[in-house]
Design a protein around this ligand. Structure first.
Ligand code: SAH
Ligand code: AVI
Length: 322
């Protein structure tokens, strides 16, 4: 009942080399957050979701636990659940159970860049949902959406966790327009978004007292050391997480503690960092309902449902193709 296609080939390695080279030559320097998620990165993210300060996962779980039946009904009792950036799919169980209880559950399609976690997730789910067909896809959802299998019956495409917030506005527009193009009239997108709130809470969520987020952030340097023959010294960088009020987004960086030169052997490249220089590794945008209405409209989508947790910290919205 499990079929997983892996589309991380030589092209993906070349794309990573190109992205990293461009990012390190840019001013200021930047790395894409998708490179956080090797096996250890996925594990560190799971630990983040359990931190007291990191409320988004708990808030999203609260909504899914209480309203999945309503969401599934509003999405037209789909037979196929496609999940982008599925990770451990821990909260997805609420949706799958609601689909099972509605008698429509047939196929689950996890789509993630991290191969290990996709295999683990698929194996646990076929045990937990007897009869479920899992057709996973290991790929970059920004580039390979067209590889997603059609699935049977109506489809619900879930993009949970607030991962949409990790895309820049132009990339987000392009991505959502491609998702819109995949949707048949009866299909729905279910999108998780973190909501704008006091900067102090946001900054604490991204700079936790146990230092797990700092470890997650620095893990991208380990990935470059392994994948590109680099010699980043993780102790020579510190984690920085600031809220950018004007752009309504967290801005996450690594700051060099010293003047240093880093060699990336596979790119035949040496990069200099000045003491205090910051390299962005992630943005995490925050939304309001009105902002999301505009985000949908500019990609050919329209909101058809809005669900928040009791504290109004986080929202799940349903959207259909315009
Ligand atoms: N949906 C889960 C996990 C969120 S973490 C949750 O809500 O808890 C973000 C997930 O997206 C990770 O599993 C990561 O591997 C995946 N991811 C990030 N960028 C990706 C990309 N470009 N293509 C495919 N998967 C990606
Ligand atoms: C995956 N993504 C939605 C997380 C976020 O909140 O932007 C990644 C993360 N980065 C630091 N902490 C969590």
């Amino acid at each position: 009942m499990i079929a997983i296609e892996v589309h991380l080939d030589a092209d993906a390695a070349a794309a990573m080399a190109r992205d990293v080279r461009d990012g390190l030559l840019a001013e200021p320097k930047e790395l894409a957050p998708k490179y956080f998620y090797d096996e250890r990165g996925s594990q560190l993210f799971e630990r983040i979701t359990e931190l007291g300060e990191y409320y988004p996962t708990r808030a999203e779980r609260e909504i899914l636990a209480e309203r999945s039946a309503e969401i599934v009904a509003a999405a037209g009792a789909p037979r196929t659940l496609i999940e982008l950036g599925s990770g451990s799919a821990s909260k997805t169980r609420h949706l799958l159970s609601a689909m099972r209880d509605a008698g429509c559950l047939h196929t689950y399609v996890p789509v993630d860049i991290s191969e290990e976690i996709t295999h683990e997730t698929a194996e646990s789910l076929v045990d937990e949902y007897p009869g479920l067909a899992v057709r996973g896809l290991v790929c970059d959802f920004e580039h390979h959406l067209e590889r997603i299998p059609d699935g049977e019956g109506g489809r619900l495409i879930a993009f949970l966790g607030g991962t949409i917030g990790n895309l820049y506005p132009q990339a987000r527009r392009d991505f959502l327009a491609r998702v819109a193009a995949m949707l048949a009239p009866a299909d729905r997108l279910l999108l998780g978004t973190d909501l704008i709130k006091e900067p102090a809470r946001l900054e604490a969520a991204y700079d936790d007292s146990e230092g797990v987020t700092a470890e997650f952030n620095k893990n991208v340097l380990e990935v470059l050391n392994r994948e590109l023959g680099a010699d980043f010294d993780l102790d020579a960088f510190e984690h920085v997480a600031r809220y950018d009020d004007e752009r309504a987004r967290m801005d996450i960086r690594l700051r060099s503690l010293v003047d240093q030169a880093v060699r990336l052997a596979d790119l035949d490249m040496t990069v200099n960092f000045a003491a205090g220089e910051e390299m962005r590794t992630e943005i995490s945008s925050k939304f309001t309902r009105e902002r999301l209405d505009r985000v949908y409209a500019e990609s050919g989508l329209a909101m058809s449902g809005w669900f928040t947790d009791k504290a109004d910290d986080y929202a799940l919205s349903l959207a259909a193709r315009l």
